[in-house]
Ligand binder design. Structure first.
Ligand code: ADP
Length: 158
């Protein structure tokens, strides 16, 4: 199989945040295209449907053909392989993320030796941004526009 310079950025993205966008934007310096894979089988409590998580991301990158979001079921490595991608992109805020990401990377390296995990750092202004914080703010009726890219109004995706 011929490998390209495209990467899969997998996650729950419930919802996609400024922090996630910072990883995609840095990733675009390394990769030709970034496929944002929205995992549909997460056992996390959901705020948005998978379809709306994908729509939100594609709305943000509407003008950029190098970024596309799509849903997937099953294991991330299998989806990466199905797409013929050699790189898994993930973001890291702190040492907690580091330990978690490292454990996933080690499993993926064993199962999918042809796939390389690339971890990028969050810029300091987004270290405290998380999907779970946004979900909590939305639950209490607070505005989340500063934490989301492009003045996205989450109410349009609930
Ligand atoms: P998952 O459920 O797979 O952890 P998330 O949607 O929570 O999915 O996160 C997807 C990726 O984005 C993960 O690599 C995570 O560490 C990273 N990430 C989450 N929040 C931020 C942030 N504020 N800055 C940078 N990366 C982040």
């Amino acid at each position: 199989m011929t490998m390209n310079r495209d990467a899969l950025f997998p996650g729950s993205f419930d919802p996609f945040t400024m922090g996630h966008k910072s990883i995609v934007d840095q990733g675009l310096r390394l990769f030709d295209r970034i496929i944002v894979g929205v995992g549909a089988n997460s056992d996390k409590q959901g705020l948005l449907t998978t379809e709306n998580r994908v729509r939100l991301i594609n709305d943000i990158y509407n003008d950029n053909p190098r970024v596309v979001a799509m849903p997937y079921d099953g294991l991330t490595g299998d989806f990466c392989r199905t797409l013929g991608l050699a790189f898994l992109l993930r973001g890291m805020r702190n040492t907690v993320d580091y330990e978690y990401e490292r454990s996933i990377m080690l499993i993926n390296r064993k199962l999918y030796p042809e796939i390389t995990t690339v971890l990028l750092f969050t810029p300091p202004e987004y270290v405290a941004v998380s999907s779970s914080a946004i979900r909590e703010l939305v639950g209490f009726g607070h505005d989340t526009v500063d934490l989301m890219p492009d003045n996205i109004d989450i109410k349009n995706y609930l």
